[in-house]
Design a protein around this ligand. Structure first.
Ligand code: F6R
Length: 249
C-alpha cells in the first residue's frame, strides 16, 4: 500500500485527477470505478478542466459507480445519478451507454444487483477503482459489521452513515427530504470482492474526520469492522490523502 500525503485538499484533488488522466492516456478503454460524496468533488472539477483543456478525453472510457441509494430514481436530486451528471457526466465526452450507475428505483433490486455485478464482470472488472472512505471505515456502502459481502448487493446504511448523509441535505438550499425518516436507509453497492477485483485502487480521504478511519485502514487489523482495512489484501493500492486525514498515521 502506497500512502501519498498531499499538503491540502486542493493538492489531493489535482493529484487524483492526474492519476485518472494518466491511466486513460495509457489505456484509452479504461474501465473506471467512481465514487460520489464530498471528497471527489475537486477531482471531478480537475477532470472536467482537463477535458475542456484538451488534456483528457473519455470517449472510449467506461465508468461504473460504486453505489446508489435504494428508492431514489435517477432524476431525484439526491441520487448519485444526479451527482454524477452535475459533477462529471454533463461536462465531458462520456456517452450515456458507457456510464453505469445502479438503478436505485429498480422494482427488483436483487436482479439489479446481479445485473450490475455481471456488467462489471463482463467489462473484465475495473482497471482503476477510485474510492472514498467513510468516517466509520466504510467503502462504497460496505458498512462495518461482523461480515462483509463480496458481490454487488443491497446494503443497510448504518445509523451514523445515514445521519451524516442526511445532514448534507439538511444544510442544502433545498432539502428534498421532510425529515431523516424520509432519507433512504438502503443502497445498492459494489461488494468488497467486486472492488478488490480492480487492477488498481486509488483511495482518497480528506479532513480530520477521516484520520481515524484512514489510520485503521492503513495500519490496524484487517477486520470487517473496518471494511477499508481489506484494501490491504490488494497488491496495488494508493492511498492519497491530505495532511489532516493523515494526522494520526
Ligand atoms: C460514495 C461512497 C462512500 C463515500 C464515503 C465518503 O459513492 O461510496 O463510501 O466515498 O462515504 O464520503 P465523503 O466523501 O462525502 O466523505
Amino acid at each position: 500500500m502506497e500512502v501519498i500525503v498531499a499538503p491540502s485538499y486542493a493538492g489531493m484533488s489535482l493529484r487524483a485527477a492526474e492519476v485518472v488522466c494518466e491511466a486513460i492516456r495509457k489505456e484509452p478503454e479504461l474501465v473506471l470505478g467512481l465514487p460520489t460524496g464530498a471528497t471527489p468533488v475537486g477531482m471531478y472539477r480537475h477532470l472536467v478542466a482537463a477535458y475542456e483543456g484538451g488534456q483528457a478525453g473519455f470517449s472510449r472510457v467506461r465508468t461504473f459507480n460504486l453505489d446508489e441509494y435504494l428508492g431514489l430514481a435517477p432524476e431525484h436530486p439526491a441520487s448519485y445519478h444526479t451527482y454524477m451528471r452535475e459533477h462529471l457526466l454533463a461536462h465531458v465526452n462520456l456517452a450515456p451507454q458507457r456510464t453505469h450507475i445502479p438503478n436505485g428505483a429498480s422494482p427488483d433490486p436483487e436482479t439489479e444487483c446481479r445485473a450490475y455485478e455481471e456488467a462489471i464482470a463482463g467489462a473484465g472488472y475495473l482497471d482503476l477503482a477510485v474510492l472514498g472512505i467513510g468516517q466509520n471505515g466504510h467503502i462504497g456502502f460496505n458498512e462495518p459489521g461482523a461480515e462483509l459481502r463480496a458481490e454487488v448487493h443491497v446494503a443497510c446504511l448504518g445509523v451514523e452513515t445515514r445521519r451524516l448523509a442526511y445532514e448534507y441535505w439538511e444544510n442544502a438550499v433545498a432539502n428534498p427530504f421532510p425529515s431523516l425518516e424520509d432519507f433512504p436507509d438502503r443502497a445498492i453497492t459494489m461488494g468488497m470482492g467486486t472492488i478488490l477485483q480492480a487492477k488498481r485502487i486509488l483511495l482518497l480521504a480528506s479532513g480530520e474526520s477521516k484520520a481515524q478511519a484512514v489510520s485503521q485502514a492503513v495500519a490496524g487489523a484487517i477486520t470487517p469492522h473496518v471494511p477499508a482495512s481489506f484494501l490491504r489484501l490488494h497488491r496495488d493500492v494508493t492511498v492519497l490523502i491530505d495532511s489532516e486525514a493523515a494526522s494520526v498515521l
